[in-house]
Design a protein around this ligand. Structure first.
Ligand code: NAP
Length: 346
């Protein structure tokens, strides 16, 4: 049987803010009748992840492209891989059967053909919606968990600051830190987001960074006794002022620097004198380095979801054609929580 596979490609490298015209929806026939010797799996994609780091892969050059198999350059005109959940519709790989629900590296498209050795695992949804396994129970959740607990090691009563706090990773960092007994302040780009952080997610306080004219004074206002932990999702000026407001022995997990992704000239230049004399630890990390704690992360997070101690925050668009606008929305601050595209019904 043949199907038509519609998928998204980029028309060109994207070195500035992404726009609709940078993307194209392509369609090509795909045969579901497999050669028995082929050892491949064809997955019907159900939910695919939309993440800021893809922009660095779309650039003509980014220092990130040579550092990890997940960050390699995206070639204009070719399919774009991403984390996602799907259903096996054909398989000659003995490890997978038709009908299996799977999670792994799929495409921004309707189907993915995965050769032996590709990143794909059977998924037990454990009673949760499949979309959770793309976000809160997938890499976004692992990123928040690993960055906070493995790098920042929060202690009860410590003061935690999170940027892009209503995003996919940031909202979980704040919720996890609250459960560890920390005082948590987040920043985000609108009044509505600030209200959600305080009223829905239980942050102690939050502010709209776009309304502030002097971010250093802003942090002094929210942290009169200094910051112990900064979970950095944005880089740039916010990172510089966070360093200036850190306490002695503070920890900074550099998760992402989204404010620098659109402008390769823009670099945070935090005061290294402060870093030295305050003995601040600043560590970049990749969630993929923490697969060893995935089991621990999953059981803890599932428990907290079941007992209502953590709120899932998802922002789901529909259909493969909505992928470009979903991706662009991240750079316009239009997403509330984990941005996902639902490609098809199970
Ligand atoms: P997200 O926060 O859900 O979405 C991006 C958010 O960033 C937007 O909603 C927007 O919120 C904010 N933003 C966009 N442009 C900005 C700018 N110029 N300055 C400040 N904020 C801006 O995305 P996410 O998936 O959770 O990712 C958050 C960060 O973590 C990103 O930097 C990403 O690259 C990184 N990350 C790293 C890893 C890792 O393994 N190290 C894994 C996942 C993600 P506002 O309304 O607040 O502006």
């Amino acid at each position: 049987m043949d199907v038509v596979n519609r998928y998204i490609t980029i028309n060109n490298h994207i070195n500035i803010a992404p726009q609709d015209s940078d993307f194209e929806l392509k369609a090509s026939p795909l045969s579901l009748s497999l050669d028995p010797a082929s050892n491949v799996v064809i997955v019907k994609n159900l939910y695919v992840s939309i993440d800021p780091y893809q922009l660095n892969r779309m650039k003509s050059f980014s220092a990130s492209q040579k550092t990890s198999d997940f960050a390699v350059a995206i070639v204009p005109g070719e399919a774009i891989d991403t984390y996602g959940v799907g259903k096996v519709v054909a398989s000659t790989n003995p490890e997978f059967d038709k009908g299996d629900i799977v999670v792994g590296l799929l495409n921004w498209g309707e189907f993915t053909v995965i050769k032996a050795g590709g990143m794909l695992n059977k998924l037990n949804p454990m009673g949760f919606p499949l979309s959770y396994h793309v976000g809160i129970l997938g890499f976004s959740g692992l990123t928040a968990y690993a960055g906070l607990f493995e790098i920042c090691k929060p202690k009860k009563g410590e003061k935690v600051f999170v940027s892009a706090a209503l995003g996919s990773v940031g909202n979980l960092v704040g919720q996890f830190a609250k459960l560890s007994g920390c005082y948590v302040v987040g920043c985000a780009g609108s009044k509505e987001k600030v209200a959600l952080l305080k009223e829905k997610l239980g942050f102690d306080d939050a502010f709209n960074y776009r309304e502030e004219t002097d971010l250093n004074s802003t942090l002094k206002r929210y942290f009169p006794n200094g910051i112990d932990i900064y979970f950095d999702n944005v880089g740039g000026e916010m990172q510089e002022v966070a360093v200036s407001n850190m306490n002695i022995n503070g920890r900074i997990a550099v998760c992402g620097v989204i404010s620098e992704y659109l402008d390769s000239e823009k670099r945070a230049a935090p005061s290294m004198i402060e870093v030295i004399y305050k003995r601040i630890k600043i560590q970049g990390f990749l969630a993929g380095d923490y697969l060893n704690i995935f089991g621990d992360f999953l059981s803890t997070t599932c428990d907290r979801l079941r007992t209502g101690k953590i709120q899932p925050l998802e922002d789901i668009s529909d259909g493969v054609e909505s992928i470009p606008s979903a991706f662009i929305s991240l750079y316009r601050g239009q997403n509330i929580g984990k941005k996902i595209v639902k490609i098809a019904e199970e």
